[in-house]
Design a protein around this ligand. Structure first.
Ligand SMILES: O=C(O)c1ccc[n+]([C@@H]2O[C@H](COP(=O)([O-])O)[C@@H](O)[C@H]2O)c1
Ligand SMILES: Cc1cc2nc[nH]c2cc1C
Length: 345
């Protein structure tokens, strides 16, 4: 796996020091320009042309009353992504990013309309996972298949973007799977991680915590040890695909921008499976889902935004794009002290 180019980072840092502003006065935007310089074969990274891929799948654990919405919403939202009416459809257009949707395991029937704004790939591995409280969410073979679809999607995304890949997800019940994975991989108590997802009540959250505890105990008894063991035991098909997507992007040396709670759980799986993947990850935002901040901390990631979002779909990542593009434009286009004839001290 290639590693970020530290010589380019140094060159970018030296360039930042020459721009017409007090040292460090553009704060995090300066760090962003340096981060991209190290990962884009140039000390002056060009404007990004991001590709967004949203993975969708259903979850058997939805039968435990862990979501505020019924499972059929997963397929209905896939149709909405393709029709161009979802939040991510709007945000992708605003940011000038391409959008594709990958159905890796939507259980319900959904109809898509022609003249779509997003490309849809229907490659379901199975019709949703099994109920992770009671049995393994998927088999090892199914998990590997979903993971490989994610790797393939990163390679397909590379056709549209050589500069930034963004993975998103849609799946009713997936905050339960993501919480279970985060707890398993960080050893943090479920009460610290489990949140309200699509908007369940405090009482339903108590049930959701118990569901996660039961799933963790069951999987531990079944012998789960590695990140991939945990993924097949308590994960989701779209989470497996996302973990493969992040791994595929890192292997190709392409930066990836993470989204919310579920996206971060998938990144944690990818990093526990292959630590070098971490070099290519950037956190866009900290969502309102309870455990997101701790999951980001486990990856040593600092989010750029905190807007109280809890939508998923790659929406937080898409909302961060204008800031990143501004950071890169400032880095490329600002005058230097010498070119503008401004006194340095
Ligand atoms: O990205 C997040 O942080 C986030 C937080 C809460 C909910 N979601 C979205 O809501 C859905 C999962 O919520 P739930 O309650 O069904 O587990 C799924 O489609 C996610 O994209 C996403
Ligand atoms: C309507 C709706 C849209 C979503 N987008 C991502 N998760 C979602 C969950 C619901 C319920």
């Amino acid at each position: 796996m290639s590693t970020p180019n530290q010589a380019l980072a140094t060159a970018a840092r030296l360039h930042q020091a020459q721009l017409t502003k007090p040292q460090g006065s553009l704060g995090k935007l300066e760090e962003l320009a340096v981060w991209f310089a190290a990962r884009s074969n140039s000390a002056m990274p060009a404007r990004l042309q991001p590709a967004i891929v949203v993975f969708a799948a259903d979850h058997g654990v939805a039968a435990e009353g862990v979501s505020a919405f019924p499972a059929e919403v997963t397929g209905q939202m896939v149709a909405n992504f393709v029709a161009g009416g979802a939040a991510i459809s709007v945000l992708a257009r605003e940011a000038g990013a391409s959008l594709s949707v990958v159905d890796v395991g939507v259980a319900s029937h959904y109809a898509v309309t022609a003249g779509s704004s997003a490309q849809l790939f229907r490659v379901p591995v199975r019709a949703g996972t099994a109920n992770l409280r009671l049995q393994p969410a998927m088999s090892e073979q199914e998990c590997n298949k979903a993971w490989a679809i994610g790797v393939g999607s990163a390679q397909e995304g590379l056709v549209r973007s050589k500069t930034l890949l963004i993975g998103g997800e849609m799946g009713i019940g997936n905050t339960t799977a993501a919480a279970a994975l985060i707890c398993a991989l960080t050893d943090i108590d479920p009460a610290e991680i489990v949140g309200l997802g699509t908007g369940i009540t405090a009482q339903s959250r108590e049930n959701k915590i118990q569901v996660v505890k039961d799933a963790l105990a069951r999987a531990r008894t079944a012998g789960a040890v590695t990140a991939k063991d945990w993924l097949m035991q308590v994960g989701g098909l779209e989470i497996a695909a996302l973990a493969g997507f992040y791994t595929g992007a890192a292997e190709a040396g392409i930066p990836v921008l993470l989204d919310g709670f579920i996206s971060t759980a998938a990144a944690l799986v990818a990093v526990k499976n292959k630590p070098e993947v971490a070099d290519w990850l950037l956190a866009s935002h900290c969502s309102d889902e309870k455990g997101h901040r701790l999951a980001l901390a486990a990856l040593q990631l600092e989010p750029i935004l905190q807007l109280g979002l809890r939508l998923g779909e790659a929406s937080g990542a898409a909302l961060t794009l204008p800031l990143i593009q501004s950071a890169l434009a400032l880095h490329r286009d600002m005058a230097t002290f010498s070119s503008a004839g401004i006194t340095t001290k």
